[in-house]
Design a binder for this molecule. Structure first.
Ligand SMILES: *[C@@H]1O[C@H](CO)[C@@H](O)[C@H](O)[C@H]1NC(C)=O
Ligand SMILES: *[C@@H]1O[C@H](CO)[C@@H](O)[C@H](O)[C@H]1NC(C)=O
Ligand SMILES: *[C@@H]1O[C@H](CO)[C@@H](O)[C@H](O)[C@H]1NC(C)=O
Length: 405
């Protein structure tokens, strides 16, 4: 019966005249997952449709969205990380919540456990494969050599593949009571797949090659991100939410090491212009690739999310938005040529110690530790991204499952 109706829907235009009614019917057939119908709607109409019923979030990325991977697998994040919201270190490089936490909250889903965290994790409504220091392109360097994570994007996709295969397997054999920490196999296609990765490819490139070489490697970096999306699609993933990369040239940690910049090196917000130009070129190529992916993956809804503009907008209007100067770092010690990272301790030869402590009120700062944003900044950014005003197509996260025409 359902199949017949579907067939009619495709061949007979009159059935689609009342669009919302047709979508509602489709919703019943596909238990809320409308994109699988391969119907598409105009972006403006999407907001009138019921919100997507996302059952889970699977996230891929770097420290901007790591909720505990590096902390569990390699070294624990120290106090004062987590002080504002979790009141203890919570695997995040932030005083509180990250963008991905605000997305989860908005969708009514719990915060994501890191896939690599074997203690106290619950994966029923998703898993987080992001890890601090991850790149899109595997660099084959140890974390001690390069600061880069061994869990590059390709490894994160392998981890997802295992996660899906093993939970599906376990779900079949385990008793009902064992299932409450596992996702249901049928929820995988109905999840939101989020990406926020690329910043470390750019940062590592800036440290190791010249700008021309970095730009020459860009198409390969973008192509490897596209391959990750394609692999997930072949596994049944349908809704993708892809953040572009932020204004890396505005990170206060970079600016700390620049003494007496030549004229024109910094823009009028104090950011390294050439570095931001590279981030913008990454974003231009990513956006073009996303447009191609939509054509290649006819049943996918892929949203390109302009986090660059949100972050840059905040940095360039910090005072008007109620924050201190964007270059100020809340956590860590940076004076007289001495740098102690957030939570770090530096013993001096005369026996005193310098602590990388936090500022009194992190809610006034944009930068938490020189690289990562504070919870207050993340909330400000999330408020602009989640409603779709900086996305292509311009639809809110709650409606990201609809493929627009
Ligand atoms: C890392 O190793 C893989 C597998 O051998 C290789 O395909 C890749 O090109 C290497 N990456 C770099 C940046 O050398
Ligand atoms: C130790 O050295 C630091 C830096 O030179 C100085 O600020 C501090 O007062 C010294 N402490 C003692 C106990 O001498
Ligand atoms: C999204 O939220 C931001 C910040 O609250 C607001 O300025 C903007 O107008 C909103 N856009 C839409 C399309 O709702």
């Amino acid at each position: 019966m359902a199949i017949t109706f579907l067939f009619k829907l495709r061949v007979c235009g009159c059935f689609v005249s009342s669009f919302v009614a047709a979508m509602e019917f489709a919703r019943i057939i596909f238990s809320g997952f409308l994109v699988s119908l391969a119907l598409s709607v105009g972006a403006a109409k999407v907001k009138d449709l019921p919100p997507c019923n996302f059952k889970a979030i699977y996230n891929f990325g770097d420290s901007n969205s790591d909720t505990g991977a590096i902390s569990a697998a390699i070294f624990p994040r120290q106090w004062p990380n987590g002080e504002t919201f979790f009141h203890k270190p919570a695997g995040r490089l932030c005083d509180g919540r990250l963008m991905i936490d605000f997305i989860a909250e908005r969708l009514g889903l719990p915060f994501l456990s890191a896939y690599l965290d074997s203690i106290g994790s619950n994966f029923q409504q998703g898993a987080n494969f992001a890890s601090g220091g991850s790149t899109i392109v595997p660099q084959n360097k140890t974390i001690a050599e390069s600061g880069l994570s061994p869990f590059a994007l390709n490894v994160q996709i392998w981890q997802y593949d295992q996660f899906k295969a093993r939970t599906t397997d376990l779900y079949k054999v385990s008793k009902y009571s064992c299932r409450n920490q596992l996702p249901r196999p049928k929820d995988f296609p109905e999840a939101l797949y989020v990406f926020d990765i690329g910043q470390n490819d750019i940062a590592y490139g800036l440290r190791t090659v010249d700008d021309a070489q970095l730009l020459a490697s860009m198409p390969d970096i973008i192509s490897q991100l596209a391959i990750a999306v394609q692999l997930l699609y072949t596994q049944g993933a349908r809704t993708f939410w892809i953040h572009n990369t932020g204004p890396i040239g505005c990170l206060p940690s970079t600016l700390l090491s620049i003494k007496n910049p030549p004229p024109g090196f910094l823009d009028n917000h104090g950011c390294v212009e050439s570095q931001n130009d590279i981030a913008k070129e990454f974003n231009r190529q990513l956006k073009n690739r996303v447009i191609k992916l939509r054509a290649e993956l006819p049943r996918a809804a892929i949203t390109y999310v302009d986090i660059y503009t949100a972050k840059h907008g905040l940095i360039s209007n910090s005072k008007q938005q109620g924050f201190v100067d964007a270059q100020k770092i809340c956590c860590g010690y940076h004076k007289n040529g001495i740098d102690v990272g957030c939570g770090g301790i530096l013993p001096l030869p005369n026996g005193t110690k310098i602590f990388g402590t936090a500022c009194e009120d992190p809610s006034l700062y944009i930068s938490w530790d020189g690289v990562h944003y504070t919870e207050a900044a993340n909330r400000w950014i999330a408020n602009r991204l989640i409603n779709g005003s900086l996305s292509d197509p311009p639809i809110p996260t709650t409606h990201a499952c609809y493929r627009t025409s």
